[in-house]
Design a protein around this ligand. Structure first.
Ligand SMILES: [Zn+2]
Length: 115
């Protein structure tokens, strides 16, 4: 009935709310952090195609929802894991913000913005 975490050597089960990822909560947050870091590099210059940017935004929304669902599903979580969940939310939000900012830079080109 339970889904084991797919990371080799990990003995935890994947929580029901994210069972489709086949990752325990710790490894789910780690994999999100890694994906976000890669997407951040990919989009930092603001020249990722629009199609790809939409994919990344969809990724952020879908995974943010999964994370919120599992975090509020009544699992018993250690304080460490709670802190990790919050920092992963922050990573998702920052990625979204960076994406918007990079987008803005690329669409306005070199026009200067008075402050
Ligand atoms: Zn695991």
């Amino acid at each position: 009935m339970s889904t084991p975490c797919q990371i080799s050597g990990c003995k935890n089960d994947a929580p029901a709310a994210i069972s489709e990822h086949r990752l325990c909560l710790l490894h789910f947050t780690l994999s999100l952090e890694a994906s976000c870091a890669a997407m951040r590099r990919e989009t930092a210059l603001g020249n990722a195609p629009h199609e790809r940017q939409r994919e990344i935004m969809a990724f952020i929304t879908a995974n943010g929802e999964s994370l919120a669902r599992v975090a509020t599903s009544g699992l018993v979580l250690t304080d460490d894991l709670k802190a990790r969940i919050l920092s992963t939310f922050l990573t998702l939000m920052n990625l979204r913000e960076n994406l918007d900012r990079a987008n803005m830079r690329s669409s306005f080109g070199r026009v200067s913005h008075p402050r």
